[in-house]
Design a protein around this ligand. Structure first.
Ligand code: FPP
Length: 232
């Protein structure tokens, strides 16, 4: 397994392939999302056991509102159920839960639930799990620009650290490794600012099937990458 010096501090995952997983089994797409949701806690446990400190998961993008109404409603219900069913277990595992994204387009009830889960787990010292829901990288940068303008900050005082401090979760380090499951090779608007120097890893495995061996393979490949951050 990877030595600590070559272990990513922060791994971010684009959980793709739920729909195809369901289709292969002749099931509705939502059954794929349900299976995908069930894979979150086991995957978080493997990363945590390996020593990864931050895990970010892309569960719903700003563009996902354009999916059929039934699928959107299903994903919102799934989020609500997941919070009800899993917050306690995450809390008992000393996991700190954070939300990444907007809360102004979900119901007040769901937003309160999200905030309660964050509040309950805020002092936990184990894995930090950031769930990206109604998240878009471009949207995040736009919101940051708005907050900077609202604060009356002068143009000449705007630099990279200042902009970074206005993103959703300014205290979370940039991801060292971004994994996308499901065989596509793109970022799909995930963590655009933070991904500047992230290592990218694409796995053909569909998200509901992504398990310990696949994680170990990704971490082992990361271990051999040379990160130069623009230097030589
Ligand atoms: C991509 O698969 C996955 C999503 C858009 C949703 C991700 C959601 C989960 C893993 C579970 C939900 C968890 C919570 C907490 C709400 P896709 O539908 O694009 O798959 P496809 O490319 O095979 O069609």
């Amino acid at each position: 397994m990877s030595g600590p010096q070559h272990l990513p501090l922060h791994v971010a995952i684009i959980m793709d392939g739920n729909g195809r997983w369901a289709k292969k089994r002749g099931l509705p797409r939502l059954a794929g999302h349900k299976a995908g949701g069930e894979n979150i806690r086991p995957v978080a446990k493997v990363f945590s056991d390996c020593g990864v400190r931050y895990l970010s998961l892309y569960a719903f993008s700003t563009e996902n509102w354009n999916r059929p109404e039934m699928e959107v409603a299903g994903l919102l219900t799934l989020l609500s159920k997941k919070i009800d069913q899993e917050t306690r277990a995450f809390h008992e595992q000393n996991t700190r839960l954070l939300h990444l994204g907007r809360q102004d387009r979900m119901s007040r009830r769901l937003s309160k639930k999200v905030q309660a889960a964050v509040e309950l787990t805020k002092d936990n010292t184990g894995l930090t799990l950031c769930l990206a829901f109604d998240y878009g990288g471009r949207d995040e940068i736009v919101q940051a620009a708005r907050r900077i303008a609202d604060a009356g900050i002068r143009a000449e005082d705007i630099d990279e650290p200042l902009l970074a401090r206005h993103l959703y979760l300014p205290d979370i380090p940039d991801p060292d490794l971004i994994i996308r499951t499901g065989g596509e090779s793109r970022l799909s608007n995930f963590l655009l600012w933070q991904a500047a120097y992230s290592e990218l890893y694409f796995s053909p495995v569909l998200w509901p099937d992504f398990g310990r061996q696949d994680i170990e393979q990704a971490l082992s490949e990361y271990e051999h990458r040379q990160r130069r951050f623009g230097r030589i």
